[in-house]
Design a protein around this ligand. Structure first.
Ligand SMILES: Cc1cc2nc3c(=O)[nH]c(=O)nc-3n(C[C@H](O)[C@H](O)[C@H](O)COP(=O)(O)OP(=O)(O)OC[C@H]3O[C@@H](n4cnc5c(N)ncnc54)[C@H](O)[C@@H]3O)c2cc1C
Length: 394
């Protein structure tokens, strides 16, 4: 089967690599591979710490994808030929004042309710684990299953695996013939035929003719990379997430002596790095981790996350020959192995788990009955049934 993947962020790259592993003839197209949201990502694989009230459908997906990580990493490290910085040291969520402490323990309740193993700690027990935490830390929750990875090394390994099957071009059009998608057109005018097209261009999907309108919006994140002075290393041995006066901040350690400090969540403001965001991140991080002020800032970056109204991805077959895979919002790195597996299953016409299919149906927000009916008529019976079930449940 010939597949064309539009977009080579972590989702497009992982999906193209999975199709390649299954023996398909795959090409991935992107004018700037791995330079969108995936370039900014901190790499937290934080299924438990990202749990939120009202997002019950996300946690099972996140945990399922986290469980796929060891095998995903093994493939990247053997076929991609590099260490991808996978750290299985867990995550410590810490709080400073009484309100932060209450929010932290409320999250702990939610995690326990979902059967996620978490452990409550006092401030001093947290400092025993991470001595660089300051006296302002009064409480903590240890999520032993929330690991981290270096997304830049992941995308570099995926690019290595794909080699010349990744082309640095821009897609402008999805081509149809006789009622089905048959390929893509590049801005150069070249057409590439494909049995299946997978649209994984993040927010860029809105700029490609012939794709359905999707409820995506940019949610900006500012993020910093800092080098820890040798005398202070290791500043941390695991990811620390904090609530400081209600604002979230996190610090993710890397093996090379740097840490990643992030990230703002803003729906407007400048398209580059926003000064106020950087100020808040540094101030909040210093409250819980005083040593951060001794570090050297080596990079500041801002990127928009492809966000959806319910924080769940848009993943599914929307018509014969066309699979959508975007909207991974704050969780694209965590969800990449699952997205790759499901995207490849959909490309092969295999039915996917009914609950998952309904939760991530790309057309779940569409009020246009004709769109939904066309979708039901055109997709394989199992998928159509699932999509119908998903619609009824909403
Ligand atoms: C500051 C920040 C921190 C984050 N931290 C984490 C984290 O710790 N853990 C986590 O799981 N997630 C995190 N995320 C979220 C994660 O980065 C995203 O969910 C993920 O990168 C989305 O991947 P993607 O491949 O869908 O999109 P992108 O990485 O944006 O890739 C889309 C690609 O499509 C290409 N494209 C666009 N238009 C076209 C076109 N017309 N033709 C061809 N190609 C096109 C672009 O060039 C781009 O390379 C973070 C995000 C941000 C911004």
């Amino acid at each position: 089967m010939r597949t064309a993947v539009i977009g080579a962020g972590i989702i497009g790259l992982a999906t193209a690599t999975e199709l390649d592993r299954r023996g398909h003839d795959v090409v991935a197209i992107d004018p700037e591979p791995a330079n969108g949201a995936s370039r900014a990502a901190a790499g937290m694989l934080a299924a438990a710490a990202e749990a939120a009230w009202g997002q019950d459908d996300l946690l099972p997906l996140a945990r399922a994808s986290a469980a796929l990580y060891p095998a995903f990493v093994a493939t990247l490290e053997t076929a991609g030929g590099r260490d991808v910085g996978y750290r299985m040291s867990g995550t410590l969520a810490v709080g400073a004042d009484a309100a932060d402490r209450a929010a932290l323990f409320e999250l702990g309740e939610l995690q326990s309710a979902h059967g996620v193993p978490v452990q409550r700690l006092t401030g001093s027990a947290a400092r025993d684990l991470e001595p660089a935490l300051g006296p302002a830390v009064t409480s903590a929750v240890l999520a032993a299953e929330d690991h981290s990875i270096d997304p830049r090394r992941v995308t570099a390994a995926l690019r290595e695996i794909l080699g010349e099957r990744l082309r640095e071009e821009r897609v402008c059009h999805v081509v149809r013939r006789d009622g089905r998608v048959t390929g893509i057109r590049l801005t150069t005018g070249e057409e590439i035929d494909a049995d299946v097209v997978i649209a994984a261009a993040g927010l860029g999907i809105a700029g490609i003719d012939g794709l359905p309108a999707l409820p995506l919006r940019p949610v900006w994140g500012d993020i910093l990379r800092l080098r820890v002075p040798v005398a202070l290393r290791p500043l941390l041995t695991r990811t620390v997430r904090a609530q400081v006066r209600g604002r979230p901040v996190y610090v993710v350690p890397r093996d090379d002596g740097t840490v990643v400090l992030g990230a703002s969540v803003r729906e407007g403001g400048v398209a580059g790095v926003q000064a106020g965001s950087v100020l808040a991140l540094l101030r909040d991080a210093e409250t819980v981790l005083p040593g951060i002020s001794e570090c050297e800032i080596v990079e500041m970056l801002a990127r928009p996350r492809p966000a959806t109204p319910d924080a769940l991805p848009l993943l599914g077959t929307v018509e014969p020959g066309l699979v959508i895979s975007t909207g991974y919002d704050r969780h694209g790195v965590l969800l990449a192995p699952l997205a790759a597996r499901l995207g490849a299953d959909l490309a092969e016409g295999l039915p996917i788990d009914p609950v998952t299919a309904a939760a991530v149906d790309p057309l779940r927000f569409s009020s246009d009955v004709r769109t939904r009916r066309a979708f039901a008529d055109l997709t394989p019976p199992a998928v159509a049934e699932l999509a119908g079930a998903g619609q009824k449940g909403r």
